[in-house]
Design a protein around this ligand. Structure first.
Ligand code: CFM
Length: 539
């Protein structure tokens, strides 16, 4: 059954009127005939609704800072926030120097009741001394969890004093969980801190090789960035820094020498991309290395940016060779996947990125959305001037950077920039909605009630989301592929990743497991009813 406006209305009627009014603005049925379809995003989840979202601390420490491997990341707060975010995100890292890879450690001040009552600053200062003594890292970050903000510990002052004492950068992040409506706020806080405290601190004035680039918004989940780097290095690019997958303080501090910044995940890192353009004159290019065609398009766009015929030729050679290798394999899997449908609901960019890869396997995405993206990730950056800041977004200050007097250099003439902008997504992102088919459903901050309802209505063949909703849906007889953790598989990026993804998805379809499960709607009559408004004094 397709979802039309009437069906959607019936679904929403199950909510109390106020909730219905709210949720209605977060769901659209794609209709290209309409001049515009606005979606509400990046607003508070209604209390009581089971959302998949995380908190600002998760976005700052967990997502953006955490993958920096030669940095010790201190979590200042009670132990729970540190322990339960320890080792769950699959941002892989390897290091030439094993004494400078701290990715596996969980470092926390473990605040106790007395610290909450009398303050935790002294304990934090002692912890920094201890970290320096044991690990001798090149850099330390401190991330605040909720209670720290509530009791008012001055992290910045502790970090400043410790930096003077130890002579290494010590960066403090006021990313208390409540700082925003989701982890998105934490991305912004982390972007600001990295820009202020690390990027540009290195002394390189020139790149050490040809076609120097940074890869932004790539976190090496399941080894994705290793596959992307394999391809890029083979073509001849010099990768200066990856932000932040398998990344390091040592690389990041010299990121200013790149000639182009690639943006994979727009949501989590567009702030740094923009600031690098203002400060150093380096444009950014929206890329997508998920899916074969998207990877090819990204590689061609990069080559066009540099405009060197030798680079363009080498790009085509690598594409041809990789295609010849992977296409026959994909074709085999496609025979099984063809004609199926998918849900694709992930955090802030994968809901978009994986649709092309599904399509290459003959799978149509019938519902997609993001947990915490902003309107520009749905509707494109052209809507940014229209987005009105509210109390929550004002909570995170924009960092105002200015051109670096010594290092700012336009990488392209304004004319060439304009010419290229017509051909490639240079310093622009058109969002997800434009690529979705008419009739498909787009949902922002999908909750568990809506998940079950849309599953019942659309009966997708595969459900791709995360750990929080995976098992409910599998118990309905529908295979699930987590697109956050990849269910401990991967990489899924680039050419090799597409093959791995095709293999895993096919395996999910052919598994006999699903024959042993009877979905609840198969033989149980479902009771239908509506929640009447008003109610008596007891409800
Ligand atoms: Fe960007 Fe990410 Fe994503 Fe994200 Fe995340 Fe993630 Fe994600 Mo989970 S940075 S927005 S905050 S691509 S951890 S690696 S998978 S929700 S869609």
């Amino acid at each position: 059954m397709a979802v039309n406006e009437k069906v959607l209305e019936e679904l929403l009627n199950r909510y109390p009127a106020k909730v219905k009014r709210n949720r209605k603005k977060h769901i659209i049925i794609k209709d290209a005939a309409l001049a515009r379809q606005e979606i509400e995003a990046n607003t508070r989840t209604i209390p009581g609704i089971i959302t998949n979202r995380g908190c600002a601390f998760a976005g700052c420490k967990g997502v953006v800072l955490g993958p920096l491997k030669d940095v010790v990341h201190i979590v200042h707060g009670p132990i729970g926030c540190a322990y339960y975010t320890w080792g769950t995100r699959r941002n892989k890292a390897k290091s030439e120097d094993p004494t400078k890879n701290f990715i596996n450690y969980c470092v926390s001040t473990d605040m106790q009741e007395s610290d909450i009552v009398f303050g935790g600053e002294k304990k934090l200062a002692r912890m920094i001394d201890e970290v320096m003594e044991i690990f001798k890292p090149n850099c330390i970050t401190i991330s605040a969890t909720c209670p720290v903000g509530l009791i008012g510990d001055d992290l910045q002052a502790v970090a400043k004093a410790a930096q003077e004492k130890h002579g290494v950068p010590i960066l403090a992040f006021n990313c208390e969980g409540y700082k925003g409506v989701s982890q998105s706020a934490g991305h912004h806080i982390a972007n600001n801190g990295l820009m202020e405290g690390i990027i540009g601190q290195g002394d390189w004035e020139e790149a050490p090789g040809k076609y120097p680039i940074n890869i932004l918004g790539e976190y090496n989940i399941g080894g994705d960035s290793w596959e992307v780097e394999r391809i890029l290095k083979e073509i001849g690019y010099t990768v200066i820094a990856v932000m932040t997958g398998d990344g390091s303080y040592e690389e990041l501090k010299n990121a200013h020498v790149a000639e182009l910044n690639l943006v994979q995940c727009h949501r989590s890192i567009n702030y740094i991309a923009e600031m690098l353009e203002i400060k150093y004159g380096t444009p950014w290019l929206k890329v997508n290395f998920i899916g074969i065609q998207a990877t090819i398009d990204s590689l061609r766009n990069m080559a066009l940016y540099f405009g060197d015929p030798a680079l363009i030729q080498k790009t085509e050679e690598v594409i041809a060779r990789e295609l010849a290798r992977v296409e026959p394999i994909i074709e085999q899997y496609k025979k099984i996947c063809q004609g199926k449908t998918a849900f694709c609901f992930v955090g802030g960019s994968r809901g978009h990125h994986y649709q092309g890869l599904f399509a290459e396997l003959g799978i149509e995405t019938v519902l997609a959305g993001y947990e915490f993206a902003h309107r520009d990730d749905y509707e494109g950056r052209a809507v940014i001037p229209e987005i009105k800041p509210d109390a929550d977004t004002k909570n995170i200050p924009d960092l105002h950077v200015t051109p670096d007097e010594r290092r700012f250099r336009l990488k392209l003439s304004p004319e060439r920039m304009e010419e290229l902008k017509k051909k490639i997504p240079l310093s622009d992102y058109k969002g997800m909605n434009i690529e979705m088919k008419d009739g498909s459903v787009i949902v922002d901050d999908l909750n568990h009630f809506e998940t079950e309802e849309f599953i019942r209505l659309l009966k997708p063949d595969i459900f791709s989301s995360g750990i929080k909703d995976k098992y409910v849906v599998q118990k309905m007889g529908i295979p699930s592929k987590q697109l956050h953790s990849y269910d401990y598989s991967g990489p899924y990026a680039g050419f090799n990743g597409a093959v791995k993804f095709a293999e895993d998805i096919t395996m999910a379809f052919v598994s006999p497991t699903w024959n042993f499960i009877t979905p609840p709607w198969k033989n149980k009559p479902l009771l239908e009813g509506i929640v009447a408004e008003g109610g008596c004094s007891e409800c």
